[in-house]
Design a protein around this ligand. Structure first.
Ligand code: NAD
Ligand code: TYD
Length: 336
């Protein structure tokens, strides 16, 4: 079973590959990743040298390369994790988001059509549903309403994936997951950023009033759901994934401070993110009832594991924050 996994050197994709290849030897994974600032081959140490794994450095927008890979490796399955994934970066500059997330997905879909693949799984996000008020949940039929360049690029890709199913009969499935946390997450995202800043004695920048709500899921629970949808999801369908763990940003930050034995005076409220979505919350009834998935990690325990992972893997993140990330941090947060 030859599977093309794209974006497999990033946070979720690398956890996915490490997880799948620790359990199965009936699959061969070709990991196509451009190694942008967010891609890191260190994440894939557990699978280095495995007979059923191959890394290919390249861009999903590169038509010729993608065609070559499908042909040479007889690709029959695609799982598309590759994306520009950070909302704040999409606000600083949107072009690369549309190029990778929209054009890149189109290149993969066209190749999938040419080579008659058997399944195309698009890894998407609950952010395509926009923002909720204080009540209600996103279901698969919630209208697409996007507010950031990032979410609009992901939504455009989802609509394109569905069009390829309806028009060409391509066997596609889409997963829409809520906010992930866990080991190997790039330090620009809320949870690792706050852990690392706390450890480095830097201020903890909270956007706006800190009362925005995100629905958190441990990355392994997400990836187990992706695996299940890949195996059993019905063509043409969308499956929401979430663990029903809504938290206000300020609660997350206080939990991290508390766990690391630091005081709340490290918190600094800063200017709000433009267009900041207020609340995300996922209804995952469909994947639970139709495919039998349910989250298995308990939030407090998995957050502890995550914090401990960052404590035990300082080399991993110190290498990251000493590079390109410095420039980004300065533009986003000022030189403090
Ligand atoms: P990430 O930024 O950590 O990793 C993205 C990976 O894609 C990197 O390895 C990068 O090098 C690669 N990539 C980027 N552009 C590429 C290109 N043009 N060609 C080939 N590779 C390219 O992102 P992540 O958090 O692991 O997210 C993975 C996927 O899951 C994304 O599609 C994202 O939209 C989706 N998602 C993320 C979350 C979350 O909380 N992080 C939640 C729901 C859905
Ligand atoms: P983030 O991890 O960027 O994920 P997303 O925007 O895709 O949900 O942000 C999670 C929440 O944390 C979001 O409401 C924005 C907020 N946030 C801060 O308050 N400060 C920060 O420095 C960051 C990165 C995020």
């Amino acid at each position: 079973m030859n599977i093309l996994v794209t974006g497999g050197a990033g946070f979720i994709g690398s956890n996915f590959i490490n997880h799948i290849l620790s359990e199965r030897d009936d699959v061969f994974i070709f990991n196509l990743d451009k190694l942008t600032y967010a891609g890191n081959l260190e994440n894939l140490k557990p699978v280095e040298g495995k007979k059923n794994y191959q890394f290919i450095r390249g861009d999903i927008t590169n038509n010729e390369l993608v065609d070559y890979i499908f042909k040479k490796y007889s690709i029959k399955y695609v799982i598309n994790f590759a994306a520009e994934s950070h909302v704040d970066r999409s606000i600083l500059g949107s072009e690369i988001f549309y190029r990778t997330n929209v054009i890149g997905t189109n290149v993969l879909l066209e190749a999938s059509r040419r080579y008659n693949i058997e399944k195309f799984l698009q890894v998407s996000t609950d952010e395509v549903y926009g923002s909720l008020g204080s009540t209600g949940l996103f279901t698969e039929t919630t209208p697409i309403t996007t507010n950031s360049p990032y979410s609009s690029s992901k939504a455009a890709a989802d609509l394109m994936v569905q069009a390829f199913h309806h028009t060409y009969g391509l066997p596609t499935v889409i997963t829409r997951c809520s906010n992930n946390y866990g080991p190997l997450q790039f330090p620009e995202k809320l949870i690792p950023l706050m852990i690392i800043n706390t450890l480095n004695g830097k201020r903890l920048p909270i956007y706006g009033d800190g009362l925005n709500v995100r629905d958190w899921i441990y990355v392994i629970d997400h990836n187990k759901a992706v695996e299940l949808v890949f195996e059993k999801g019905r063509a043409g369908e969308v499956y929401n994934i979430g663990a029903s763990r809504e938290m206000k940003n300020i609660e997350i930050v206080k939990l991290i401070l508390n766990k690391l034995g630091k005081t709340e005076d490290m918190i600094e409220y800063v200017k709000d993110r433009p267009g900041h979505d207020r609340r995300y919350a996922i209804d995952s009834t469909k994947i639970q009832t139709e495919l039998g998935w349910k989250p298995t990690f308990e939030f407090e325990q998995a957050m502890d594991n995550t914090i401990e992972w960052y404590l035990a893997n300082k080399d991993w993140w110190q290498r990251i924050i000493s590079g390109e990330y410095q420039n980004y941090y300065e533009v986003q947060y000022g030189n403090r």
